[in-house]
Design a protein around this ligand. Structure first.
Ligand SMILES: *Cc1c(COP(=O)(O)O)cnc(C)c1O
Length: 459
C-alpha cells in the first residue's frame, strides 16, 4: 500500500503536466480540485478500494468536477409544455432584433442617460416613452422592472396614506406572492373593498368614495374568470365616476395588449389604447406577457401623474437596466407593422401557429423519436390544447398537436423516468404528463434541429 501511495504525484507535478487545464480552468481552482482529488485518491488507496494510480482517470475526474462546478445553473430549455407564456420558463422569447440591440448596448458605453444634442444629462425613459405613447395613445409613460413594480409605484405615488376602493371580484392573486390587498398595504394605501365577489355595481364605488379616496382602481382579472350571475362596471363608467369626483382612474391591465387580437385569429383581448380611450388616467401592464418583450412594467397615462410617479424615490429602485430598454425599444417598434408580428415576434408567432403546421412537425419528428425510444414506448401524434399562459386569457385554449409517448407495458414509472431523462438533456426538454401519456406539445418548438439532434443522448 505504501508503495502505491508513493506513486501518487504531487499537486505541483500535476500542474506542470496539465498546462491545458490551467488554460481552461485557471490555476487557482485547478489547484484546489487537484488537492481534493488527491485526498480522495489517497484515502481510497489506504482503504484498499484502489490499487493503482491511474493518471488519466484522475484527469477525467478533475475535468468532471470542474465541468460540473462551472456549468451555469440558468439554461436554455425547450418549452414543450403547451403553455406559451410560461412564467417558470421565462415567459416571452425575444426576437432577433431585440437580441442584437441588447448585445450592442451591453457591450460598451451608450447614451442611456445622456442627451446627445445638449451634451447634458438625459432620461433613460426617453428611449421608449414616445413609442409607448404612440402605441397606447397616452400623453406620457415610464417603465419599471415588471408590472408588479408598476402597480406598487403607482399606488405608492397616487394613493399613499389614502383610500383606494377595489371591487371584491378583482382582489386577485397573481402567482406566488403578488396579491392586490398585500400590494396595497405595502404601497401604504388603504384598501376599501366594494361590491361582492361576483357582482359590483357603479353605486358600490359611488358609496365608497369619501374625502379620503385617492383614486379608483380596476384590476384586470387576468388569471381567472367568474361565470354566471356576474356584473362588473365598465371602464367608461368608472372613468366618468372618478372624474366627476376629481379622482384619477387607474387600470392594472395585467398582460396588456397592443394589437387587435381578433384580426390575428386569436381570442379577443382589449388593447391598452382602448383603456386610455375609455378614460383611464393611468394604465399598467407587463412587457413579457402578450406583448412578447423583455420583463418590464409599462406605466402610461397623463403627463401630470407620470411626472409625479417618476419623482417617487422608489422609481430609482425599480428602474429598468439598459439591456431591457434596448430590447423593449426594438419590440415596441415592431408593433408599428402589425402585419409582421405573427412572423417576426416569437410570442405572437407561437400563439398563432396553425394546428396543421404543428401536426406536420410532429409527423416529421415521430419516426426518429420512436426509433430512439425503442421497444418499451409507443409514440403517436395526438391532438392537444395549448394554453396562452401567464394569466393571459385563462380559459381560451389553442388547438395544437403533440408527440404522445405511452409506456407499452403501461408502467407509470417508465413515463416519469423518461420525463426526467428529457430534463437532463443538454437543452432540457420540459414536457407534461396527461392521462398517463407523456405529451410533447410542439407549438413552441422553434429549434427543431437542436431538439432532434440531442435526442440521441437519450439512448
Ligand atoms: C401578471 C400580472 C401582474 C404582475 O405582472 P408581472 O409583470 O408578472 O410583474 C399584475 N397584475 C395583473 C392583473 C397581472 O395579470
Amino acid at each position: 500500500m505504501n508503495e502505491i501511495l508513493r506513486q501518487v504525484p504531487s499537486v505541483d507535478a500535476l500542474l506542470q503536466r496539465w498546462p491545458e487545464k490551467i488554460e481552461r480552468w485557471g490555476r487557482e481552482q485547478l489547484t484546489v480540485a487537484i488537492r481534493d482529488e488527491l485526498t480522495v485518491l489517497r484515502k481510497a488507496i489506504t482503504t484498499g478500494a484502489v490499487e493503482d494510480v491511474d493518471i488519466s482517470r484522475l484527469s477525467a475526474s478533475i475535468d468532471g468536477v470542474l465541468g460540473a462546478r462551472n456549468q451555469s445553473s440558468l439554461l436554455a430549455v425547450h418549452n414543450l409544455t403547451g403553455t406559451v407564456l410560461h412564467t417558470n420558463l421565462g415567459r416571452a422569447s425575444l426576437p432577433a432584433q431585440a437580441l442584437a440591440a441588447v448585445v450592442n448596448i451591453a457591450q460598451g458605453p451608450s447614451n442611456l442617460e445622456f442627451d446627445l444634442s445638449t451634451g447634458e444629462r438625459g432620461d433613460r425613459d426617453s428611449h421608449v416613452e414616445a413609442l409607448i405613447c404612440e402605441l397606447t395613445g397616452a400623453e406620457a409613460a415610464t417603465v419599471v422592472n415588471n408590472n408588479a413594480a408598476a402597480v406598487l409605484l403607482v399606488l405608492n405615488t397616487i394613493g399613499i396614506n389614502r383610500e383606494v376602493p377595489v371591487s371584491r371580484g378583482e382582489l386577485v392573486e397573481i402567482g406566488g406572492s403578488f396579491r392586490i390587498p398585500e400590494v396595497m398595504q405595502r404601497s401604504n394605501c388603504k384598501l376599501v373593498e366594494v361590491g361582492a365577489t361576483n357582482r359590483t355595481h357603479l353605486k358600490d364605488y359611488q358609496n365608497a368614495i369619501t374625502p379620503d379616496t385617492a383614486l379608483l382602481l380596476k384590476v384586470h382579472t387576468s388569471n381567472y374568470r367568474i361565470e354566471g350571475f356576474t356584473e362588473t362596471v365598465s371602464e367608461r363608467d368608472m372613468a366618468e365616476l372618478a372624474h366627476a369626483h376629481d379622482l384619477p382612474f387607474v387600470i392594472d391591465l395585467g398582460s396588456g395588449n397592443l394589437v387587435d387580437f381578433k384580426s390575428l385569429g386569436l381570442p379577443p383581448e382589449p388593447t391598452a389604447a382602448e383603456s386610455i380611450n375609455n378614460g383611464a388616467d393611468i394604465i399598467t401592464f407587463s412587457g413579457d406577457k402578450l406583448l412578447g418583450g423583455p420583463q418590464c412594467g409599462m406605466i402610461a397615462g397623463s403627463k401630470e401623474l407620470i411626472r409625479a410617479i417618476k419623482k417617487n424615490p422608489l422609481k430609482r429602485a425599480l428602474r429598468l437596466d439598459k439591456m431591457t430598454l434596448a430590447a423593449l425599444s426594438e419590440v415596441l417598434k415592431m408593433y408599428r407593422d402589425p402585419a409582421s408580428l405573427t412572423k417576426e415576434l416569437p410570442t405572437l408567432r407561437q400563439l398563432t401557429r396553425s394546428k396543421a403546421d404543428i401536426q406536420q412537425q410532429a409527423q416529421r419528428l415521430l419516426p426518429g423519436l420512436s426509433e430512439i425510444l425503442g421497444q418499451s414506448f409507443e409514440v403517436t401524434v395526438q391532438d392537444c390544447s395549448s394554453q396562452i399562459g401567464s394569466g393571459a386569457l385563462p380559459i381560451e385554449t389553442l388547438p395544437s398537436a403533440a408527440l404522445a409517448i405511452a409506456s407499452k407495458a403501461n408502467v407509470d414509472a417508465e413515463i416519469r423516468q423518461l420525463m426526467i431523462a428529457l430534463r437532463q438533456l443538454p437543452v432540457p426538454v420540459i414536457a407534461r404528463i396527461s392521462s398517463g401519456l407523456l405529451l410533447l406539445d410542439l407549438r413552441c418548438l422553434e429549434n427543431e434541429e437542436q431538439f432532434s439532434t440531442q435526442l440521441a443522448d437519450l439512448q
